[in-house]
Design a protein around this ligand. Structure first.
Ligand code: UDP
Ligand code: MG
Length: 320
């Protein structure tokens, strides 16, 4: 269980009590990893006390300053040890008692289960943009979820091993996972209004969210072949520019028409220059991608090696 939190002191004791009631019903062993994302209230002190009361199930990771929810989740994933990892906001808006439903869905064959807050108890200033946002994300990514940005999720470890969560990418974990071929499930859950503490995100989140969506789409489709994107834009721009200027050249060379009163000449030239720039951007991006490659381009679910009737093949223990 991973819980990122920023200034949630009044919620922590109740959260821990309710988690302690639910988690033993779904697992023999469990741990709750609290990530204190640079809280400035008494959150850390409270966590300390919770840890001292129940060191076996409580772990705390404290950030030096506020690094954001993506960073907090990433740290939580790094520091959690079990094969199934749940994430949940600390503000008790997500209901801990829904955890068994999430686990059940996971066990039915999903790699990642995302909660869908059907009756979301938030102000309209949040729910309306969120509807639009989910709709656009669904349209652009083709991933059929209703509530991408819900903090309540369950993962198999294999998903976490392959994902890198940073910046604002926590909003798109299901998209990233789905593009790598993991099976994504969705469960409807109850949602409560925030009773204590303040929301940490304002309307700016939607800008940030939109930019991250563009980044995610770009990264997923083109990280390892950026020229396919920039090159396409470049070739289209270059072709239009060339067509315009060829047309003008023909007028000038054959029909002897003056070009000084043709503003479109400027446009043609501009498009040619921009087109060439795009092509070079693409090539530059290819060079960066080549030297910075980290992620695999593929995701393996299982490996079967058949070695029959041949001399034993030595397979190195670890293949980097
Ligand atoms: N949070 C965090 N770091 C941040 C912002 C938020 O760890 O920089 C935590 C916050 O404490 C809460 C969860 O992320 O546990 C969701 O935040 P919040 O409830 O404010 O978001 P909302 O419900 O308004 O979308
Ligand atoms: Mg909340």
């Amino acid at each position: 269980m991973v819980v990122p939190l920023l200034n949630e002191e009044p919620n922590l004791v109740e959260l821990k009590t309710r988690l302690d009631a639910v988690l033993p019903t779904v697992a023999d062993r469990y741990e709750i990893v609290f990530i204190d994302d640079g809280s400035r209230d008494g959150s850390f002190g409270t966590l300390r006390e919770l840890h001292d009361l129940d060191p076996e199930h409580t772990r705390i990771v404290r950030f030096r300053r506020n690094f954001g929810k993506s960073a907090a989740l990433a740290a939580g994933f790094d520091h959690s040890r079990f094969d199934i990892v749940l994430t949940m906001d600390a503000d008790l808006q997500d209901v801990p008692e829904e955890i068994p439903k999430m686990i059940e869905k996971l066990e039915k064959g999903s790699d990642l289960v995302s909660a869908w807050r059907v009756n979301r108890n938030d102000p309209i200033s949040k729910t309306l943009p969120s509807k639009v946002y989910n709709f656009v994300t669904r349209l652009l990514t083709g991933v059929r979820l209703h509530d991408f940005n819900c903090g309540f999720k369950a993962y198999r470890r294999s998903v976490l091993d392959e994902l890198q969560v940073y910046g604002e990418r926590h909003r798109y974990i299901p998209v990233l996972a789905s593009y790598r071929g993991f099976r994504i499930g969705e469960v409807q859950v109850n949602h409560q209004p925030r009773l204590r503490g303040k929301s940490k995100f304002g309307w700016e989140r939607y800008f940030g969210g939109f930019f991250s969506l563009l980044t995610v789409i770009m990264l997923v489709r083109y990280t390892n072949k950026p020229l396919h994107f920039f090159g396409f834009v470049g070739v289209v721009t270059l072709s239009i520019g060339t067509a315009i200027d060829v047309y003008l050249s023909v007028l000038w060379l054959i029909f002897r028409r003056p070009l000084s009163d043709r503003p479109i000449l400027m446009l043609g030239t501009l498009l040619i220059i921009i087109g060439i720039q795009f092509l070079f951007f693409g090539l530059l991006a290819e060079m960066i991608a080549f030297s910075a490659r980290r992620d695999n381009d593929y995701s393996i679910v299982e490996r079967v090696d058949v070695v029959a009737d041949v001399a034993p093949v030595r397979i190195p223990a670890a293949v980097e």
